[in-house]
Structures are given as C-alpha cells and as structure tokens.
Design a protein around this ligand. Structure first.
Ligand code: SAJ
Length: 418
C-alpha cells in the first residue's frame, strides 16, 4: 500500500519504518523541518528505532520523509500519530485538526485514514471525520474510510516488542475495519478488531487510567506505611506472590512521561464536559501522584534535620532526571519537580543522569554532573529517583553519606527508602 504516517515522533517513526520494512511504500510526514532533515540523513531520534534500520528503508526507497503536503498525494492509507497534549487540563486536539485538514486536502476516493493519537471517546467521529469531509468534499463511508487504532508503544520495554504488542483496530464501517485490519496485520503479530472507534478510544484510556490509579494507590500506601512502621516494598512483594487478582506496581517520586499524567485527564475532561460530573478516581490519583515530589522533599528535609543540616545550602545530588528508569525522555519528569522544590528551599542541587541526551542537558533545570564517587561523597544527601541500569549502585551505597532511595534498590545504615 501507499502509506502516509503523519507525525514522526516516538509513535509515528516506529510505525513508518516497520511499515516500510514489511513492503509498504511509506511517506513519513512531519511539520518539523529539523526532524525531516535528520530523518532524510538517516539519523533516528527515537529510542527504539536504530538509525541502521532507518537508513536501510531510505536506501531501498521504501521510506521517504517530508514536510511538504504535496508529497502526500495518492495515499491508500494515512495514519495520524501526532501529539494530543493537555493545555491547563483541557485536551488540545489542534495537531490532529491541522493534520486532518492537510490529509483531507490530499484525500482521494477509496483511501482510508486511521487515527492513532490518544484521545477521548468520540474524537474520530466528531472531530476527525468532519474535517476530512470539509477539506476533501468527499463523504465518509462512501468515498473514504476511517477508524481508530491506539498506539501501545512502551519505550525501552524489553518484554513486548513493537510488533509483538497486540493492536486494537476499529473502523467506521466494515470496509474501513477490513482495510485497517489488513494494513496492521502486515505489521503486528496480533490485531484485535473492536466494534467501532469509540470502543478503541475508550479502551486505550482505560489501559492508562488503570495504571495511573494503581500507581497512585501504592504511592499513598507508601506514605501511610512509613508511620505505621511497615516496609511497603516488602509488603508489595509479598502481596505480589498472589498469582491472580493482583498487579504489582511500585511507589516512586511521581508519575511522569507523555502518557500517564495526560491520558487519564483526557477522560476526566470529557466526563465533566458531557456528564457534568467529576471522574473522582482520576482526580484523587492525580492529587496523590502530583504530591509525591513534595513527599520526597519532606522525607529529605526530615533526614537532614536529624543530622542538624538545614535544607538551605545543603548540597543535594539527584540521581535520575528522566521520567522513568532507563528512559531518555524528560517530559513531565517528577525529578524536575523535586529539583524545583529543593531550589526554592535554597538547596544547592545537582543532577546526574547518563540517559539525558547531550542536546537535552539545557532542559534539565539543575547543573548536570557525573555520578562519580567524589560527587556522591561530597553531597550532604543523595536521592535515587530513577534506578537507571547505568548507575553504579554499589558505589553509590558505599560513598553516599545519606541516600533517600525512591526505588528500593540500595541497603545500608546510610540508606532510607521512600
Ligand atoms: N511508575 C511508578 N510505579 C510503577 C510504574 C510506573 O512510579 O509501578 C512511574 C514511572 O516511573 C513513570 C510513570 O509512572 O514516571 C509512567 O511510567 P510507565 O511505566 O507507565 O511508562 P510510560 O509512561 O512510558 O507508559 C507507557 C504506556 N504506554 C502507552 O501509553 C502506549 C503504558 O500504557 C505502558 O503500560 C507503559 O508504557 C509500559 O508498561 O512500559
């Protein structure tokens, strides 16, 4: 098929490259000229797409990158993988809308458009389709097909590969569903058809609301277990020995990334808009998760007090600035919030993270240092926020005067866990 993948970020690029590898003719479209320059030069900026793979599909001619809508003419299927951020708690679908107008202007009879961007139920039918029709003068279901198929990319997940993760597929009618399923069947080991776009849109949000709420549950349990004198980490591991009916989550310094802190609030917004009622689980979970950086600072302050060290002027080394273990992404990182709170208290804060990409160093709001024995020993306190595989944990344990371990990876008289 002649395929367009609109949006060449952490979702669109893996899809585009994989589609090219399995034999489709793929145009990767993005409005960011720098991205197109990098892609055309065979340089991947996405964690799970090696540049060698990108170069191979460029050289074979199966993949081309463009910022020019004129290059989109004649597609059989277009997948939309653009961001859907929140702006002050309100879903921002402007990227989807702009992309729909661009694709609509290139839409021809017989083509199909599938939305992958995470969004609230109803977006495909209420937002995407009217824009495609207005821009093309074509009619949904008559002249073109459409559907929704959520992305389930888990950056760095070694257990579930891109093509190994089951893919939900939906269409506005049987013809659309069959076309969309046939396309994804060439890429994914398993495709799971559902009855329509709304179900697929909602299923995606359920996946992440479930995760978000359960992480907040163990975060609140961690804050309650400490004064109760219970080791929450041991208790969770003990609970996890139950082979059914329990999913293990672990406490941490907060919930970051471009999915979890965002997707549940998409649904909460839609529920409020349509039903006029709060989505209480999400609101409470958001409160708890957003409080975790404050809790980390509270525990750190208590530990410094016990050593008669005021936070003001204390030299604090934060280990792990990205949003999750072994990730390179800084978006919504709770570590940044911990740093900000400590700086406000007058602490002398440094960060260490071997996964922060050189170009991103300026986006970290504290000086970045290497986690050397000297740096570790010179700190008044060390906070292990992300237990990246590249950290030398035994060296940290040996050299740190005090560690607040947010990941239960260290032990010793100088170590406290969250
Ligand atoms: N976190 C905890 N405790 C946990 C799990 C996560 O504090 O038990 C924190 C992480 O440190 C991070 C945040 O939550 O700050 C999000 O972590 P995540 O493991 O959910 O990773 P994400 O944000 O990359 O989530 C993505 C999601 N994938 C998609 O939306 C396509 C999610 O549905 C996946 O389950 C997750 O990857 C995954 O499992 O890797």
């Amino acid at each position: 098929m002649d395929v367009v993948v609109a949006g060449q970020g952490y979702v669109g690029l893996p899809l585009a490259v994989r589609a090219a590898e399995v034999g489709h003719r793929v145009v990767g479209y993005d409005v960011d000229l720098n991205r197109i320059k990098q892609l055309s030069a065979g340089e991947s900026y996405v964690q799970d797409v090696a540049s060698e793979r990108l170069r191979a599909v460029l050289e074979s001619g199966a993949y081309t990158a463009t910022a020019d809508p004129a290059d989109l003419d004649g597609f059989d299927l277009a997948a939309i993988t653009v961001p859907t951020p929140l702006r002050d708690g309100v879903p921002d679908l402007s990227y989807v809308e702009s992309c729909a107008r661009t694709l609509g202007s290139r839409l021809r009879p017989g083509a199909t458009v599938v939305l992958e961007s995470t969004t609230y139920p109803g977006t495909t039918e209420e937002i995407l389709l009217p824009l495609l029709e207005q821009a093309s003068d074509l009619k949904r279901g008559v002249d073109f097909g459409a559907g929704f198929s959520p992305e389930r990319i888990a950056p760095g997940n070694k257990r579930w590969s891109f093509e190994g993760t089951p893919k939900l597929v939906s269409g506005i009618d049987d013809k659309s569903l069959n076309t969309i399923k046939a396309f994804y069947d060439t890429i994914f080991q398993t495709t799971v058809p559902v009855s329509g776009p709304k179900v697929a849109e909602m299923a995606k949000l359920i996946e992440n609301v479930f995760r978000f709420v359960n992480i907040s549950l163990v975060n609140e349990l961690a804050m309650l277990a400490k004064p109760l004198g219970v080791d929450i980490w041991e208790a969770i591991d003990a609970a996890a020995t139950k082979p059914f009916g329990f999913t293990r989550f672990t406490p941490g310094p907060g919930v970051g990334g471009h999915c979890l802190p965002i997707d549940p609030l998409f649904l909460a917004w839609k529920v409020k808009q349509e039903l006029g009622v709060p989505f209480r689980f999400v609101e409470l979970a958001d409160d708890v998760n957003r409080h975790m950086p404050d809790y980390v600072v509270q525990r750190l302050t208590e530990a410094l007090d016990q050593r008669h060290l005021p936070v003001e002027g204390a030299r604090i080394l934060l280990l792990g600035m990205t949003y999750k273990i072994n990730a390179t992404d800084l978006r919504e990182s709770p570590s940044a919030r911990v740093a900000e709170l400590l700086i406000r208290l007058g602490a002398d804060v440094r960060g260490a993270d071997p996964n922060v990409q050189p170009g991103d160093a300026t986006r970290v709001n504290v000086p970045l240092v290497d986690a050397t024995p000297l740096e570790i020993a010179a700190a008044d306190a060390v906070v292990l926020l992300m237990d990246h595989a590249r950290f030398d944990l035994p060296m940290i344990e040996k050299n740190a005067p005090y560690v607040l371990d947010c990941r239960n990876r260290l032990s010793g008289p100088n170590v406290e866990t969250l």
